[in-house]
Design a protein around this ligand. Structure first.
Ligand SMILES: NC(=O)c1ccc[n+]([C@@H]2O[C@H](COP(=O)([O-])OP(=O)(O)OC[C@H]3O[C@@H](n4cnc5c(N)ncnc54)[C@H](O)[C@@H]3O)[C@@H](O)[C@H]2O)c1
Length: 271
């Protein structure tokens, strides 16, 4: 009897696409998806890490595909070509994090309309459009699939300025706009594509311990201290603590769940 329930977590004979599957959160998701026996395609613009994963997962049904979401004029066409070549997935996860070079200037002192515009384009617009395209393709192929987006606690609540005290980090105005938009889109897609049996959910992590983007260092110690003090579980999350939620939402175990904001935040948004 217990076995029956566990079987629902299996992704055997399922095709899964993960955009951003080479990242901090994406890598453990890729491992979890493979361990559930799926055929996994990781689409990411990090060639070096992609090739590393291709070697690491050589004994699994794994394929790394170079893919850059931020080439805004062609991303949709290239995505459709990939689907034409490899087939329509049952599960689509987007945990990529495209940003511009001046992304860190998105704080209230330095922000510019050009930074906001460009990041809306490469993050909110591409993620929205590709999720919509994916739902349409699943519908046409009569696949009752699962689409999983990535939001953040900062699409739900404001950023506490206390967190950045005695650090070189700052709040990010543009991030809140992007993640807030993706959360509402998730509900809209879930509402419309539910009738086709397609489920759409968004995972919203809290602060995750790990490398600061582009640098091989952890978040500043003071940030980690400030964050832990304010968090009900008194710590940041670990990247591998997000993967089980992605696996659950990918699988039949979550067959009656759609349109949810799946919080994995150590209780951050509860207080
Ligand atoms: N790390 C956190 O603390 C945290 C907290 C809340 C939400 N999130 C969200 O989770 C998601 C993953 O975050 P992460 O920390 O793993 O980020 P990350 O930077 O470690 O990984 C992102 C991945 O996306 C890929 N990527 C970036 N630009 C791309 C592009 N133009 N085309 C294709 N792939 C591209 C990168 O190569 C990388 O593999 C993001 O959407 C982020 O906003 C992260």
């Amino acid at each position: 009897m217990t076995n029956n329930i566990l079987n629902k977590f299996s992704l055997k004979n399922k095709k899964v696409f993960v955009i951003g599957g080479c990242g901090l959160i994406g890598s453990p998701i890729s491992e979890a998806i493979l361990s559930a026996s799926a055929e996994l395609y990781v689409l990411d613009n990090d060639k070096k890490r992609g090739n590393y994963l291709q070697k690491k997962f050589r004994d699994f049904k794994f394929k790394y595909i170079y893919y850059d979401l931020s080439s805004i004029n062609t991303f949709d066409k290239r995505f459709k070509n990939i689907i034409k070549k490899y087939g329509c997935p049952n599960v689509f996860i987007n945990c990529s994090y495209p940003t511009t070079r001046d992304w860190k200037n998105s704080n209230f002192d330095k922000n510019k309309i050009s930074i906001l515009r460009k990041n809306i384009d490469i993050h909110l617009n591409t993620h929205s459009w590709i999720s919509y395209s994916m739902c349409e393709i699943m519908k046409k192929n009569k696949i009752k699939g699962s689409v999983i987006l990535f939001g953040s606690i900062y699409g739900i609540v404001g950023q506490s300025t206390n967190l950045y005290k005695k650090t070189n980090l700052r709040e990010n105005m543009n991030y809140s706009i992007i993640k807030g938009g993706l959360i509402t889109l998730t509900k809209q897609l879930a509402s419309y594509y539910g009738q086709s049996g397609i489920r759409v959910n968004i995972i919203c992590p809290g602060g995750i311990e790990g490398n600061v983007k582009g640098k091989k260092i952890k978040q500043p110690l003071n940030f980690m201290k400030n964050y832990s003090k304010q968090s009900p579980l008194r710590r940041l999350g670990k990247p591998e603590e997000i993967a089980p939620s992605a696996l659950f939402l990918s699988s039949e175990a979550s067959s009656y769940i759609t349109g949810t904001i799946f919080l994995v935040d150590g209780g951050w948004t509860s207080i």
